[in-house]
Design a protein around this ligand. Sequence first.
Ligand code: PGA
Length: 252
Amino acid sequence: MRRKIVAGNWKMNGSKDLAQTLVGFVRSRIASLDNGVEVVIIPPAIYVGDVIGHAGDELSVGVQNVGQWGSGAYTGEISAEMAADQGCQYALIGHSERRQIFGETDTVVAEKVERVLAGGLYAVLCVGETLQDRDAGDAEAVVASQVRAGLATVAPDQWQRVIVAYEPVWAIGTGKTATAQDAQAMHASIRGVLSEMGAPADEISLLYGGSVKADNAAALFAEPDIDGGLIGGASLIAEDFVSICRSVPANI
Ligand code: PGA
């Protein structure tokens, strides 16, 4: 059975106060959920310690990025080992904002995935096409190539710590969501690519991200190949985030 995961990506938002109030609220509500969802909070790295302090056993914590190196003279960077040392279990890699704003290439993304897995964390590889790719009919090819490149260095015994988040770039922060059918089609395509790569594709959780809200989450999570979500804006609103976590059906 694949793990069901809802992860909140705070991006460059939050505060010590939010770490206390939101995490405390989510934790108290999650405790009573019986749908088996694993809930992950992914704050800016500087607040990881605060979030962990309030997360208890109910919530997992992750970082939004790590450097592609082990340690050394890389001012401003943090390593996968440091994230693990602080108690994180997850790391997002290759978010489209990292690719577009910070110029992360598929090669760098693959190096980071390698570091994250070597550090004992779960790697959440983010992939997704632009509107231009989609309009040109290239969406599946672009996403397949990001999956192949980003996961090129995964060793056979590391697949169990790989998660893929499909986030169409045109749906992130825009209020436009892929239809549940389109998202399902892409997730099925990604699972096919993973299978061709020799991965245990049926055991790998595939998350959808891109303007997931309390009112569209249930339709997305009802699809057979959508195993949860990566939530941006709505993860900063405690009640909405809890409602999204609650939308995961017990039988996926
Ligand atoms: P959004 O962001 O939910 O605000 O669209 C999703 C993401 O970028 O992970």
